[in-house]
Design a protein around this ligand. Sequence first.
Ligand SMILES: [Zn+2]
Ligand SMILES: [Zn+2]
Length: 312
Amino acid sequence: MKTSRRQFLTAASFAASYALLPRFVLGQVKKPTRVILLGTKGGPRLGEAGRSNPSTLIMINDVPYLVDCGYGTSKQLITAGVALNRLRYIFITHHHSDHNLDFGPLLYNAWITGQPVQVDAYGPPGLDQMARDFFHYLKFDIDTRIADEGRTDPHKLIASHDVVKPGVVLTNDDVKVSACLVRHPPIKDAYAYRFDAKDRSVVVSGDTAYAPELVEFARDADVLVHEVMYLPGIEALIGRLPNAKRLREHLLASHTLPEDVGKIAAQARVKTLVLSHFVPGDDASITDEQWSAGVRKHFNGRVVVGRDLMEV
Ligand SMILES: [Zn+2]
Ligand SMILES: [Zn+2]
């Protein structure tokens, strides 16, 4: 009797869950917004301390929105469980190579899956030409595969959208994405992006010196992913170089110290602050406590010291 009763209950609960199924199929039940750090090391040099070059993945209703794509992003996406034929949206904050070196390879790697979806790319002017230049670099391979394997022109895969001023850059059923001009001299076209999904708001600072304008832009965000630079680590790194003074000045003018990251997060009243784009990102001797101590002087909320493939 017991068994048949259990069978009955199982059948009943199966029927109940089956009744829910069409809602999932129709997409009426939204998947929660996820933030996954793909690469957390600032700068283009390849790291030895376990951090990949910068990239942040935001999954909104199971659709990937990729912010920046430093070297290795294709591989990191796969490791994070996102097949490359699902590549859909790319946002480039600025045209330093640690933020765009994998742009061409990502498009190529999506194309070569044979089942790519359309990719919309947003960023400072230059993306369309970069894609063309990259496909030209691989002209022999691509022409061969089109003729030999019946593939299509990879350039048809990408639609690029120049971001030339702050404001809303994309709106769809799931999210509104807006851009804010930040401070990253000598580059003028450097942006932060904000993603307002139904369940969560996420801001990615891009590379910037202390930028008080981020306070308003990141106002009440659930998650702020902000770059950070640790000065003692820089001093140790560049101290003996002949151009140490110039380098130090350059870094201070274009990146943000922990104390200032804390000020931005506190004034914006964000719920969670995620430190990423660590400079220097190769020095494994710098502890999480050292990265976050300056931040905590100003910000009492949740601080996450980012690591590759961490989900927030
Ligand atoms: Zn950078
Ligand atoms: Zn930069």
